[in-house]
Design a protein around this ligand. Structure first.
Ligand SMILES: [Zn+2]
Length: 310
């Protein structure tokens, strides 16, 4: 399976349009050692000319247009993209679905809770239902591998399975209390374990870092693309002068007590790569102490265009 990181930043991207933090200001001024980044987006190819999107970034249109692998065949109205798997109903994970509304009969995989949030309370997503046949929503069960339909490609031994790993996050703020109270909380935020021919990719761009299931999944994987949103728990509060901690918005920070670096010991087999970096994260600066500490602990910081083969 091929894996591409099309976007490696958290919501807002890097730089963020309304942010004058040290990172964003220095990047604009050309004084920053590190690249600009679009909002988090990963694509997986289990077979030639067949792609599955992991979430749908607000930057999806731009990300697809700049990579010829996602172009339609010449003189045809078609796409190599067979479907999308969603990890949550956060705006940053789902806004890109609206870029895919041009009458393509895609498959969208999510937990039942995420599907209900998007289809019951957000009627704009019904624009996806206008294709013939309409977009097909498929429910991902928790903790049970489910075969992913690839439109005829990659059947048999090479079939791709996806297991939803509950991560104990919350539904987004915009969900009404009425609907929130009717949904099982473990369906709010999942990690994805993608399995093909014994190879395992673990994708968790929002990782609260509680419980043990995610650590077992990480231990079984060859490649893990994990939440690198914040370096410290109070990072966003420092920039905004108030607000919530990283943990309060569902992201375990990288540093500090109980941080990701402390929780993941370096004897792991998996290649460990950080995605979904917030523009305030000092690790984006390749000359920073944070970046050096990550590299020494065996982590890589993803960039837009990074590729892997499993
Ligand atoms: Zn910034």
């Amino acid at each position: 399976m091929r894996i591409k990181v099309l976007g490696s930043a958290a919501g807002g991207g890097f730089p963020q349009w309304n942010c004058g933090c040290s990172n964003c200001s220095r990047l604009r001024a050309g004084e920053f050692k590190g690249g600009a980044r679009t909002q988090a987006q990963v694509a997986v190819s289990p077979a030639p000319s067949t792609w599955l999107l992991l979430n749908a970034s607000p930057d999806l249109r731009q990300q697809l247009l700049r990579d010829p692998d996602f172009a339609p065949p010449r003189r045809a109205r078609s796409t190599p993209i067979s479907g999308v798997v969603l990890t949550s109903a956060d705006a940053d994970c789902v806004l890109g679905l609206l870029h895919l509304r041009e009458f393509e009969p895609l498959h969208i995989y999510s937990t039942e809770g995420v599907k209900r949030v998007l289809t019951e309370e957000n009627s704009l997503f019904r624009t996806l239902e206008r294709s013939t046949p309409p977009v097909e929503w498929k429910t991902l069960p928790l903790d049970r591998p489910m075969p992913i339909s690839l439109g005829g490609a990659a059947g048999g031994d090479k079939s791709l399975c996806c297991r939803a790993v509950p991560l104990h996050g919350e539904f987004p703020d915009y969900v009404s209390e009425r609907l929130r109270n009717s949904l099982p909380n473990e369906e709010a935020v999942i990690g994805l374990e993608l399995i093909q021919e014994g190879k395992r990719l673990f994708y968790a761009p929002s990782l609260p870092g509680v419980g043990e299931e995610w650590k077992h999944t990480l231990a079984d994987s060859q490649l893990a693309l994990l939440d690198g949103t914040f370096w410290t728990d109070h990072e966003l509060m420092d920039v905004r002068g108030g607000g919530k901690t990283a943990r309060e918005i569902g992201h375990v920070p990288l540093s500090g007590p109980g941080g990701l670096l402390e929780q993941v010991d370096r004897s792991q087999n998996a290649r460990r790569v950080l995605v979904h970096l917030n523009n305030t994260n000092p690790a984006l600066d390749e000359t920073s102490e944070a970046n050096r500490m990550l590299r020494e602990a065996g982590w890589q910081v993803a960039w837009d265009g990074m590729e892997f083969t499993l």
